[in-house]
Design a protein around this ligand. Sequence first.
Ligand SMILES: *Cc1c(COP(=O)(O)O)cnc(C)c1O
Length: 393
Amino acid sequence: MSTEESVRIPFTDLRAMHEEVRTEIEAAWRDIIDRSAFVGGPAVTSFERAFADYCGADHCVGVGSGTDALRIALQAVGVNAGELVVTVSQTFIATVEAITQSGAAPVFVDVEPVTYTMDPDRVRDYLERGCLVRQGQLFDRLNGRRVVCLLPVDLYGQPADYERLLALAAHYDLRVVEDACQAHGARYDGRVCGTFGDVSAFSFYPGKNLGAMGEAGAIVTSDEAIARQCRILREHGQRDRYIHVTGAGSNARLDALQAVVLAAKLERLPRWNEARRRVVGWYRERLAGFDLVLPRERAGSQHVYHLFVVLTKDRERVRRALEARGIATGLHYPVPLHQQDAYRDVEYARGPLTVSERVSNEGLSLPMFPHMTRSQVDAVGDALDGVLQTVGP
Ligand SMILES: *Cc1c(COP(=O)(O)O)cnc(C)c1O
C-alpha cells in the first residue's frame, strides 16, 4: 500500500477546525504576548463568562484540565477521605482518579444497555439493598463507608438519565458531580449538559468537541458557594493573595493562551456539533443492514457524538479490515476500570458489570469529526462490505 493511502480517513481532523479560527487566534496570541499576561486575567474571565452562558449556568471556573475539574468539583461539594462516590466503570480513568485522589473510593454500578450511561435502576438497587441508613446517613453494607455522591458520565457525548438520577440523589440526600468532559453542548430535556449536577466538569483536551491547543478544563455550577470554593482550590487554597484558607488547594489554573483559543472555538461549537450530527445521519444510512449495534439516542436528548461507537462481536476482524483500507479507528475503552491493575486490588464493583464489559469488549470507535464528508462516511461503509454480515431490514 502506498504511504499516501496509508491513512485515508483519519480518526479526527483537528487541523480543519483550526484553519477556521487560525487568524483570530494568531491575533489574540500576539496581543497576549504584547501584554505578557499569561495566567488568569481578562481573557480567562471573558471565556468563563461565555462558557457559563453557553451552558445556561451562573458560574464557570477555568482550570488546567478535565481531571483538575473533576477533583476540585468533588472537593468543593465536600467529598471527604474515606467516603464513597457511586460512578461507572465504563469511562476514561480520570473520572475515577479524581475520586481516589480526593481520598474517597469509587463504587461501580453498571451502565444502561442502550445508552451506556449510568443505569438508574442499578443505582437504586445499590442504594436500596447495598446500603443501610444510620442516623440519617447512608453507609455501604460491605465496607461500612459513608456514601455521599453520584458521579455519572455523559459518555461519548450522550447525557445520562438525569431525571431519574437526580430524583434518587434527592431522595438519598447525595451530591451530584456531572462528568461532562465528552458532552459540550449535549442536551437533555432541553437543558445543556453541565447544568444537571450540583457541579460539572469539562475537559478541553485538544480532541474534545471543544478543545484547547494544549491542556485545559472548566468547572460549571450555578451554586455560588461551590464556585467560590472551586476558585480557592484551583489557586493554592488562597482567598486573597498569599492568604490561604485550606491546604487542599493546588495549582490548577487556566492560562490566557488557551482561554482565547477556547473563546474563538466556542463560537463555532454549535455549528461543529450540528456537523457531527449530520455525519451520524450519513453513517446511519450507510451502515443500516450491517450486523452492528449503532449508537442510540435517548428520547428527548441531543447526543453530540464526541465519539461514534458501534458494537460488534467481531471487533478485531472489523478493525483490521478498516485499517487495511487506511481508516483509523479507536477503542474507548478496551479495559473497564474495575479490571485495570490500578483498581483491581479493592473490590469496588456492586452488582455485575455486564453491560460495561460488553461495551468494552465489543465497542469500536469509527472516524468522527465535524469536517468529515459524506464520501468519507461511504468509504467506511465500503470497507465493511463483505467483512460484516448484513442482517434483514
Ligand atoms: C477527557 C476526559 C476526562 C479528563 O480530561 P483531561 O482534560 O484529559 O484531564 C475525564 N473524563 C472523561 C469522561 C473524559 O473523556
